[in-house]
Design a protein around this ligand. Structure first.
Ligand code: AKG
Length: 336
């Protein structure tokens, strides 16, 4: 087993309980040094402060209108100084299983032809034109196959030069049935993704990207966070049944579990649409403090917050979870 400050402390503590006083003093000294080492041994997760913006976009049935509206809102977000900009889940279409096939676009070949993949090219241009990292919400992705087309709910992340950095296919499909509340079954149409997504943003550090229902699964967040993310970013589209109970709770829970920033980005609510998005896009800090939240009117808006490495480090120094985990009692799922 590899020695870490934590395992070494435990070994020293056990020796301390069996040895005479002089050895005791010597070892206590070493224990102090190790304690200091462990609090400084971690490189900063966020290399410089960065402003993050969530765009609570109003999406309607016209894909072209949704794309041009997104472009103007990304411009507006970038004008506030935001360098990481997030769009909501299914920002190029209304949200619902009936819509996925007709709005879906292929991502291959890479880059796909513009006529077949207008959302891909519009997102690349939004990132490039505004020099921002863009977590492009999600779009229905089409993958042709011999057995018929497959569809995924996929997030595309672009660099400030407009290059595609990563894609995340929603891992946990939104299949729920709450009597008298809401029934939804994405798996009727969509296939699930099978990977944790961590994206390197060279000037800043790493972000984990996942989609909506994925936020309910602490393991996915934990695995991404332990790969060194400073933020977990979730384009989402909760609803008016589960949203009021769980949206903020889950955002704050993933933040406090992992001592990282969390951003949840919703569409604006459209009461004329079949699906009523919850809104309340929010950004939470590593102590689970809500830094910014879209208001009660659930309309189109942009929420922003400044993220700093010091905030993460001070949360982790004050409550040193990372050095206190007991992988001798439970497994480290991030190593599985
Ligand atoms: O988990 C929920 O309650 C909502 C999830 C959702 O809306 C989604 O995954 O799109």
């Amino acid at each position: 087993m590899q020695a870490t400050p934590t395992t070494t402390w435990r070994a020293i503590r056990s020796i301390l309980s069996h040895h005479p006083l002089s050895t005791h003093a010597l070892l206590r000294n070493q224990l102090g040094t190790l304690r200091k080492m462990s609090s400084t041994a971690h490189a900063p997760l966020l290399r410089q402060p960065v402003k993050l913006a969530c765009i609570q976009l109003a999406a309607g049935p016209s894909k072209a209108t949704n794309l041009s509206r997104a472009a103007s809102k990304v411009r507006e977000a970038a004008a506030t100084g935001a360098k990481i900009v997030v769009l909501p889940e299914c920002f190029n279409s209304p949200y619902g299983c009936d819509y996925f096939p007709s709005y879906a676009e292929p991502l291959l070949p890479s880059p796909p032809p513009e006529s077949a993949a207008p959302s891909f090219h519009a997102l690349a241009a939004m990132a490039r034109d505004n020099s921002v990292y863009l977590v492009g919400g999600s779009i229905p992705e089409l993958v042709p196959s011999a057995d018929g087309p497959k569809y995924y709910n996929t997030s595309l992340v672009f660099s400030p030069s407009g290059a595609l950095l990563a894609t995340h296919r929603k891992v946990h499909l939104f299949d729920i049935s709450i009597p008298g509340g809401i029934t939804f079954k994405e798996s009727d149409v969509l296939s699930p993704g099978d990977a944790v997504t961590v994206v390197e943003l060279p000037e800043y550090g790493r972000v984990g990207v996942a989609i909506c229902y994925d936020v309910r699964f602490p393991e996915l967040a934990m695995v991404a966070a332990r790969r060194g993310c400073f933020a977990l970013v979730y384009p989402g589209a909760f609803n008016t049944v589960t949203g009021p109970l769980h949206w903020k709770l889950l955002g704050r829970a993933r933040a406090v579990d992992n001592q990282v920033y969390v951003a949840l980005c919703s569409p604006a609510r459209d009461v004329k649409a079949k699906y009523h998005a919850y809104g309340h896009s929010l950004i939470v800090d590593p102590m689970a403090k809500v830094l910014a939240e879209a208001g009660e009117d659930e309309g189109e808006t942009i929420v922003t917050a400044e993220l700093t490495g010091e905030t993460i480090e001070s949360a982790r120094k004050g409550i040193p979870l990372r050095d206190q985990r007991r992988f001798d009692v439970y497994p480290d799922v991030s190593k599985a």
